[in-house]
Design a protein around this ligand. Structure first.
Ligand SMILES: Nc1ncnc2c1ncn2[C@@H]1O[C@H](COP(=O)(O)OP(=O)(O)OP(=O)(O)O)[C@@H](O)[C@H]1O
Ligand SMILES: [Mg+2]
Length: 239
């Protein structure tokens, strides 16, 4: 059951907030209580790092916050709208407009070019003409240092380059919120640093709110706040 919407003091100034998120996964005796009452207020422009042991629920939390998965109970507000129990089309619309994702594995469409991959979220949003979308994608690829490789198929890019395209794709619709799940977890040290630098720099330039699940200190040290997650609960100091 999803709780009804009530404005809580302090929530109004947040871009993304949640209250009492619970999530169970699996069936019967395999059923796991993965999120155990998570509450969080993320103000505009604030960057959070989340760390915690494997299996503690970090990805599940990001999927809930990113409207990719529904909590079993609790509330999620994006820009003041209550979305945990909202209709699928409402959630999809807000997700396309307001949330950019970077995952550990880039999930680029391999047969599409780098530029087409960056344009995909723009197509889904449907706000720009094809010429505008191409121009935006070119500019984003420039910013991640791949302006000259926009027409190359995603499969013909290196792992580090593919993840830089994924960062550009996350920014395609200029989302207020960026959610990143171990964005450098699959990269060697050099590429991890390059992707971390880009993600942090681009989020800062745009004053975006970010939640990044990471064990990379190069990222975590540059976040405003660090949260620790353990057994489905956030235990870290928020400040
Ligand atoms: N479909 C599912 N059915 C049952 N249990 C699941 C399912 N999906 C995830 N889980 C369990 O939920 C828990 C949290 O998973 P989650 O992927 O959120 O962890 P995580 O903190 O992101 O771990 P990692 O650091 O390894 O990525 C784990 O114990 C996992 O086994
Ligand atoms: Mg995970």
């Amino acid at each position: 059951m999803i709780e009804s919407s009530k404005q809580v003091p302090g929530e109004a100034a947040t871009v993304l907030s949640c209250r009492g998120l619970h999530r169970y996964l699996g069936e019967a005796e395999g059923r796991v209580h993965v999120l155990r009452g998570i509450s969080l207020d993320i103000p505009p422009g604030v960057i959070y790092a989340v760390a915690g042991p494997s299996g503690c629920g970090k990805s599940t939390l990001l999927y809930s916050l990113g409207l990719l998965d529904r909590p079993d109970s609790g509330r999620i507000r994006v820009k003041g709208m209550d979305l945990a129990g909202a209709a699928d089309d409402v959630r999809t619309g807000i997700r396309n407009e307001s949330i950019g994702f970077v995952f550990q594995f880039h999930f680029l469409l391999p047969e599409f070019s780098a530029k087409e991959n960056v344009m995909l979220p723009m197509y889904r949003l449907g706000r720009w003409t094809p010429v505008e979308m191409r121009r935006r994608a070119d500019a984003l690829l420039d910013q991640v240092g791949l302006g000259h490789k926009g027409d190359r198929a995603a499969t013909h890019l290196s792992g580090g380059e593919q993840q830089r395209v994924a960062v550009a794709r996350a920014l395609a619709n200029d989302p207020a919120i960026i959610l990143a799940d171990e964005p450098t977890g699959n990269l060697d040290a050099g590429n991890a640093r390059a992707v971390a630098d880009l993600l942090m720099q681009l989020a800062r330039e745009r004053s975006r709110s970010v939640v990044v699940v990471t064990h990379n200190n190069n990222i975590a040290d540059r976040c405003d706040r660090r949260l620790a997650m353990l057994d489905g609960e956030l235990t870290g100091g928020e400040e």
